[in-house]
Write a protein that binds this ligand. Structure first.
Ligand code: HEC
Ligand code: HEC
Length: 365
């Protein structure tokens, strides 16, 4: 190759970069999310994404092939990384089109995406989970680009990915924004934050933040909700449903208090505070009797509320009546064109007012 051609080739590689970056922009993120369903058996992205059969794919742009700590790659993938393959639009496109051809010996058991549109779209989707994608930060072919450090800068970057979307409105939420909303805690402990707190600490916090409404002992002031007691009242005419007597899972207490209390100043407590208050609520309900008891993420699931067993999974769909029905018809269920057989006005569905004519005049059909 002549010097001139080499220079030209080099020039195009560099010049190609902005085009490649907008390659991700060219894909349709929503369509890409659908394509990604083909990958979810093995890969996760987004907040809290874990390695599954394959490595998690957050920030995959700019990652050297086989470069994620803590995931066991094939030798072939590690070698590819050592040989300089870094994930960007181009390399992802080549790998996802024909995995085994692009990296011989990869253990990704996936035939590849045949359609170019699917490739562009899934890459655009993955780019929304990669801070390096929009600017090419850290990618091998990237000229020294400044990393977008602030959330605002990342938001702008993601917005640009969205430009030209179908409606041109809004942008894809950032992982940080989703994380701020995604605070639910499930009965199996999923979502519990790190932290701990004792009954004794909880008592102080409860007295300061909760007792004005819920009473010093959870007995409630006036008509604010009662938080303790009511044991063995569930079968009575007027059952007293409290955390102790009725609620099935302690996770709901933690979730609810952290999300919604103190009333009017929600989300003002730290995660440790909420552990302490939850511990104190157990104490008020006689479910714990030691003031030194410390509730934490580690022992949370050991605490069971007395009424748990009376909550059963909704198994209606397994009942004979439902199970035998099969899939409901959703399209072209009736032969022939639709006919209007009656109008509401004539049908006179308006509740009888004793003056049918007057009712019919005001009726909406
Ligand atoms: C049947 C499981 C499976 C499916 C389906 C699958 N992958 Fe993979 N993927 C893997 C495994 C396993 C690896 C690790 C490969 C290795 O070490 O050789 C991998 C590696 C990767 C890598 C390299 C990541 C890194 O850290 O170097 C990317 C990128 C990737 N997959 C994207 C995808 C996308 C996008 C899809 C869907 C279009 C997909 N994969 C479908 C199992 C799968
Ligand atoms: C200003 C009054 C007020 C304060 C202060 C307050 N709450 Fe509440 N609390 C309420 C109201 C009102 C409800 C019912 C809200 C509803 O049903 O939408 C409620 C409901 C609850 C419930 C659910 C009760 C049930 O059985 O449904 C719990 C648990 C709870 N609060 C705990 C706390 C804790 C813990 C604190 C202190 C960190 C606190 N609250 C501070 C007014 C207050």
């Amino acid at each position: 190759m002549s010097k001139f051609l080499k220079a030209l080739a080099l020039g195009t590689t560099l010049a190609a970069f902005p085009l490649m970056a907008s390659g991700a922009a060219a894909g349709d993120i929503d369509a890409g999310q659908k394509v990604f369903k083909k990958c979810t058996a093995c890969h996760a992205v987004g907040d809290g994404a874990k390695n599954k059969v394959g490595p998690q794919l957050n920030d995959v742009f700019g990652r050297a092939a086989g470069g994620l700590d803590g995931y066991k790659y094939s030798k072939a993938m590690i070698k590819a990384g050592e040989d300089g393959i870094v994930w960007d639009d181009e390399s992802l496109s080549a790998y996802l089109k024909k995995p085994k051809e692009f990296i011989k010996g990869t253990k990704m058991a996936f035939a590849g995406l045949r359609k170019d549109a699917d490739l562009d779209n899934v890459i655009a989707y993955l780019a929304t989970y990669s801070s390096a994608a929009a600017t090419g930060e850290d990618t091998s072919s990237a000229p020294a680009a400044t990393a977008p450090e602030t959330v605002v800068a990342r938001a702008a970057a993601v917005t640009s990915l969205r430009d030209g979307g179908i409606y041109g409105i809004g942008r894809v939420a950032l992982p940080e924004e989703i994380a701020a909303w995604d605070i639910d805690i499930r009965p199996d402990g999923l979502g519990l934050p790190e932290g701990s707190g004792t009954v004794a600490d909880g008592e102080v916090l409860y007295t300061d933040n909760c007792a004005v409404c819920h009473g010093d002992f959870g007995e409630a002031v006036g008509r604010w909700p009662v938080l303790a007691g009511g044991h063995d009242t569930l079968t009575e005419d007027r059952p007293e449903k409290t955390i102790g007597s009725y609620w099935p899972y302690l996770s709901t207490v933690y979730d609810y208090v952290r999300r919604a209390m103190p009333f009017g100043n929600a989300r003002s407590l730290s995660d440790d505070d909420v552990y302490a208050i939850t511990a104190y609520l157990l104490y008020l309900n006689d479910l714990v009797d030691d003031e030194d008891f410390e509730l934490s993420k580690a022992n949370f699931l050991e605490v069971r509320l007395p009424n748990e067993d009376n909550f059963i999974p909704d198994d209606r769909l397994d009942e004979v009546h439902y199970a035998e029905k099969g899939e409901p018809c959703m399209t072209d269920c009736k032969p022939g064109p639709v006919e209007i057989t009656m109008r509401a006005r004539i049908l006179d569905v308006t509740p009888d007012s004793g003056d049918d004519d007057a009712a019919a005049v005001g009726a909406v059909d």
